[in-house]
Design a protein around this ligand. Structure first.
Ligand SMILES: Nc1ncnc2c1ncn2[C@@H]1O[C@H](COP(=O)(O)OP(=O)(O)OP(=O)(O)O)[C@@H](O)[C@H]1O
Length: 264
């Protein structure tokens, strides 16, 4: 679990650390895994009703160490399955460390494209409940309500905010989630692929808001396969491959190496 305490008050150079990962290892245990993966083997197991008692381990993050500071926007890159989302979930305290530790300053907020909103409730109710769930007061929600709706652009083409969320397209729902999450000033905000959703105009608005959050002295982590989004928003990049941190440095330097290696 992420330990919610102040990692160190101030570093030697005056910067304030917000997240410290120290030789972090995350292992998933998958029950029922194992056996040969062929169709006949699977069919045989089903016909014989054989329970698959094996537990398979997936070592998703391997010995990752870094220190993140206030005011930084850090991009996380790496090919599919390299451990980016797992690392974010571990920083958010949603996954236990197998070995090593994570220290965070304040409660990190993880904004994934799957963040839960209630489908049967209207956008309006979701803005209010989402704001309260993030720890805003009723008064703060009231003051920021209009800003959230405008940022999301939900009402640009009609009064959609008063309709249930289930009537929204996936892009509209993702935009509303993003707008609710960034309405609050976060100590540590982690965004998993959120910028991939929405149209160009919304992406530009999101990127501008990320820059604002940074200037409000928080730390932003952004997982994305879109190198342009990373270039436009981040000043530092962590490159993960097979769960290992293989490069940590200024955005341009790391992206150049990544693009040369992967051709992406
Ligand atoms: N809930 C889970 N149970 C078991 N294994 C998992 C689970 N979630 C992820 N994994 C495994 O952990 C490894 C890292 O996955 P993760 O989702 O962190 O990668 P990622 O870099 O975010 O990938 P992508 O770019 O495709 O989103 C992969 O091998 C994946 O199969």
């Amino acid at each position: 679990m992420a330990e919610q305490n102040s990692p160190a008050r101030v570093a030697d150079d005056g910067r304030v650390p917000t997240v410290i990962a120290d030789d972090l290892h995350i292992v998933y245990r998958v029950h029922g895994g194992g056996g040969r993966g062929t169709a006949t083997a699977a069919l045989r197991r089903i016909v014989r009703r054989e329970p698959s008692s094996r537990v398979r381990e997936v070592h998703a993050v391997r010995g990752v160490s870094f220190v993140a500071y206030h005011g930084e926007a850090i991009g996380l890159i790496g090919t599919n399955g390299s451990g980016k989302s797992t690392l974010l979930r571990a920083i958010a305290g949603l996954l236990p460390a197998e070995r090593g530790r994570v220290f965070t300053h304040g409660q990190p907020s993880l904004l994934g494209v799957n963040a839960a909103l209630m489908n049967d409730l209207t956008g309006e109710r979701n803005v209010i409940l989402g704001g309260l769930a993030m720890g805003m007061t009723r008064e703060q929600v009231r003051q920021r309500y209009q800003g959230i709706v405008e940022f999301s652009g939900i009402n640009d083409k009609g009064d959609f905010i008063s309709l249930p969320m289930r009537t929204y397209s996936s892009g509209m729902a993702a935009r509303l989630r993003f707008a609710i999450a960034v309405a609050k000033d976060h100590e540590v905000l982690m965004i998993d692929e959120a910028l991939a959703t929405g149209d160009k105009k919304f992406q530009r608005r999101s990127e501008a808001r990320i820059r604002e959050l940074r200037s409000e002295a928080g730390t932003v982590f952004l997982v994305s396969h879109n190198n342009k989004s990373i270039r436009d928003t981040c000043d530092r990049v962590l490159w993960l491959e097979k769960g290992e941190l293989i490069m940590d440095g200024p955005t341009e330097q790391v992206l150049k190496a990544y693009e040369e290696e992967t051709g992406k």
